[in-house]
Ligand binder design. Structure first.
Ligand code: NI
Length: 214
């Protein structure tokens, strides 16, 4: 194209398209920033992650965040039918806790919150949390779809049922895979992607206990 002969409307049109592309890119970037926190991101001030929840423990009891007051929580959202990522993440959580001396380890309440209320009954969770490589004292939490959705929303957890193809007898759930450290008042401290080295998580847990004055 000869630019000296360009029609008068061409530049505004190109500029508008560029603006739309930039706006979409900025939107996606901001979304990505929210969705995937960097390893060991620490926040202070207003809590953006976490909040009240009401769920059903694998023991059958209804529990809320108030039941864990006074204990820092390590929370993972997943589901028992998960073939790989969830078991691996819970194993990482266990390895991190096992790096700590027993008295420090006992401070933390490990929690698995199910994203699959349909299949993860309290009974199913009760069997699952006994997996030997999972954290000692792991408490499984499930609930109604609404209770699960509310908890996931509070922790900004993404999850969606993945359509099973013909080769799979069971459906899967796509979900974000993060380990949350919450303080004794249930406030957000730090989040670890599931591939974080257990030693690295253990260091953060010890630092938390030191700063916490425990
Ligand atoms: Ni999973």
């Amino acid at each position: 194209m000869n630019w000296s002969n360009r029609p008068a409307w061409l530049f505004p049109v190109i500029a508008s398209i560029a603006c739309v592309i930039i706006a979409v890119a900025a939107f996606l970037y901001a979304g990505g920033q929210r969705g995937t926190a960097a390893p060991g991101v620490r926040e202070s001030g207003q809590a953006l992650i976490g909040g009240p929840f009401e769920l059903v423990a694998h023991t059958g009891e209804t529990v809320t965040e108030a039941d864990f007051e006074g204990r820092p929580m390590l929370i993972y959202f997943g589901f028992t039918y998960c073939p790989d990522v969830c078991p691996m993440s819970l194993q990482v959580m266990a390895q991190a806790l096992n790096e700590l001396p027993a008295d420090q380890r006992a401070e933390f309440q490990p929690l698995l919150i199910s994203l699959d209320p349909e299949r993860d009954t309290p009974e199913a969770l009760a069997a699952y949390v006994e997996t030997p490589v999972f954290p000692e004292g792991l408490l499984g939490l499930t609930g109604s779809p609404e209770q699960i959705a509310a908890a996931a929303r509070a922790y900004r957890v993404y999850y969606a049922r993945a359509e099973a193809d013909a080769s799979m007898a069971e459906y899967l759930i796509d979900h974000s895979s993060l380990i949350y450290l919450m303080d004794r008042q249930g406030r957000f401290v730090e989040v670890f992607p599931h591939a974080t080295a257990p030693e690295r998580i253990a260091q953060s847990l010890q630092r938390f206990l030191q700063e916490d004055g425990a």
